[in-house]
Write a protein that binds this ligand. Structure first.
Ligand code: 3SK
Length: 506
């Protein structure tokens, strides 16, 4: 029990609550071009936006407000204002296209949108019936910057219930129609008070930054909710590649980094020449972190990556481990406040060491908005994340594969990520995705899709070298039969590998 009162507004807690504890003069948010906003300045901006929302824009508590734009202090301020106004934020990605936006707006029944002027074209093209779009970041007369000038009266936050919906976050959908996951005001604080407070343990002097967009709960938590709850600050910017992130780390003395395994791998060959001495915590989620990547980052920086698995359905990370408790090649243990186990297809718990479905319980469970798939995700009170895991005898959870990514070849069960880890240990390999291809004799055969490091030639010799290399690390029946070279691998806008697109090139 996290002990929250019945009346709780997460926006007020994150801003007014933090100011009451630590004062208004501490740095809160900044981007590359603008000045730092202190907590006091952020609150003044948020309150002005909340007044505009509930005044001229006509938003009432419970209305769903779509938020869209690149990662900026303004987008964070809009999210906080929606919270304080007791409305419901529907967060989408700047990368989503008109058809996807129309689908999401239809499911969430959105009537208002606050959109960065740079991302508005696709929202207009989506032709969402009855949608009132207000832009921010521009100079036009209807722009939120004109409607919401800071310096007016404070905004008294709407006294929402702890169980009122605060956020509808859509699954990025590696396949299929997106699902809207509803999260309450108490869920927003719960992720800060569990994973962040108890595993990450930020300090008020920390500076957070990272690559996940705010439309992905990994980014919203890591770059807005966690720093504000801790009284720390955030550098807010879109992912602009490994060089840019490394430059930002040095320039803004970033100490807490949130990003995905691919970005850690992309930064590794570029580390020399960049000062990363300010970093003290590095978090990885969004995808499985291979032991090879953990080890390479540790050898290069002396920092132990805090690996984690989260889900939009559970809002943020629920399995993780930090510092000396981190075990490379595993995701970790249940975050305090969560419980996890590995179950068979019928929901019965399996013995340690046996692969099965990961089942999780905690303060932030899944509630899909009007979607019958709810009963696939939640069974007997346990959230089934769709991942195959093994619980080791020491209580650590080891990722095997997405449940639908297992390859069955000649009667053997093969986990693609294990083969990917072996490939990624080869110095010429930058990215790898391993899938099964239908085969008459074996049912399926293992096919590796590989991105090579710049300058490496993708010829027959490389294929032979990679196959020979994997044979020294994993059983021969798991080794790729076929290796296909690419310049990049297909990913969702949140960076998750879309293995299904490699399985079926059509
Ligand atoms: O995909 C994940 O691992 C994740 C992590 C944190 C928050 C949300 C998600 C989906």
């Amino acid at each position: 029990d996290l002990g929250y009162p019945d009346r709780l507004n997460c926006g007020a807690e994150l801003l007014d609550g933090t100011i009451a504890r630590l004062g208004a003069d501490r740095p809160a948010v900044r981007d590359a071009s603008g000045p730092v906003w202190t907590y006091g300045q952020l609150r003044a901006q948020v309150d002005a936006i909340a007044h505009a929302l509930t005044g001229p824009l006509g938003v009432v508590p419970g209305n769903r407000v779509l938020l869209r734009g690149p990662t900026t202090p303004w987008l964070a301020a809009c999210w906080l204002a929606v919270m304080k106004a007791g409305a419901v934020a529907v967060t989408v990605l700047a990368a989503q296209r008109p058809k996807e936006l129309a689908t999401i707006a239809g499911i969430a029944q959105v009537r208002h949108a606050l959109c960065d002027v740079r991302s508005v074209d696709d929202l207009v093209k989506a032709e969402i019936p009855g949608l009132r779009i207000t832009t921010f970041g521009g100079d036009g007369p209807g722009d939120l910057r004109q409607l919401a000038r800071p310096g007016g009266a404070p905004y008294p936050a709407v006294e929402t219930s702890a169980d009122d919906v605060a956020l509808i976050a859509f699954t990025s959908g590696t396949t299929g129609r997106p699902k809207g996951c509803m999260h309450f005001h108490r869920d927003v604080l719960a992720i800060a008070d569990t994973f962040s407070a108890q595993v990450l343990r930020p300090e008020p002097d920390d500076v957070f930054a990272g690559s996940p967009p705010l439309g992905f709960t990994f980014g919203l938590g890591g770059l807005v909710i966690f720093p504000l709850r801790a009284g720390a600050s955030a550098f807010l910017a879109d992912w602009g590649g490994p060089e840019r992130l490394l430059g930002d780390i040095a320039a803004h003395r970033i100490s807490v980094l949130f990003t995905a395994p691919t970005a850690y791998r992309a930064m590794l060959p570029k580390l020399s020449g960049h000062d990363v001495s300010s970093l003290r915590r590095c978090v990885s989620a969004g995808e499985n972190l291979p032991a090879a990547t953990w080890q390479a980052w540790y050898e290069a920086t002396g920092l132990r990556i805090i690996n984690g698995i989260g889900a939009t359905e559970l809002l943020h990370i629920f399995l993780s481990a930090a510092d000396g408790a981190a075990r490379p090649g595993t995701t970790g243990v249940p975050v305090p406040g969560f419980r996890a186990r590995v179950v068979g297809a019928d929901g019965t718990p399996l013995p340690d060491g046996e692969p099965g479905l990961l089942a999780v319980q905690g303060p932030t469970g899944c509630r899909y908005l009007a979607d019958p798939r709810q009963t696939d995700y939640v069974r007997d009170g346990w959230n089934l994340t769709g991942d195959t895991y093994v619980r080791e005898p020491d209580g650590y959870f080891r990722y095997v594969a997405r449940a639908d990514d297992m390859i069955i070849s000649a009667g053997y069960n093969i986990a693609g990520p294990e083969v990917e880890d072996a490939l990624l240990r080869h110095p010429d390999v930058s990215e790898a995705a391993v899938v099964g291809r239908a085969d008459e004799d074996r049912g399926q055969v293992v096919v590796a899709h590989v991105v090579l490091r710049p300058g490496v030639c993708p010829g027959e010799d490389t294929v032979a070298a990679l196959r020979a290399f994997t044979k020294t690390r994993i059983a021969p029946y798991k080794c790729p039969r076929e290796i296909v070279f690419h310049t990049s691998l297909p990913r969702t806008p949140t960076g998750k590998l879309q293995r299904f697109r490699l399985r079926d090139p059509l």
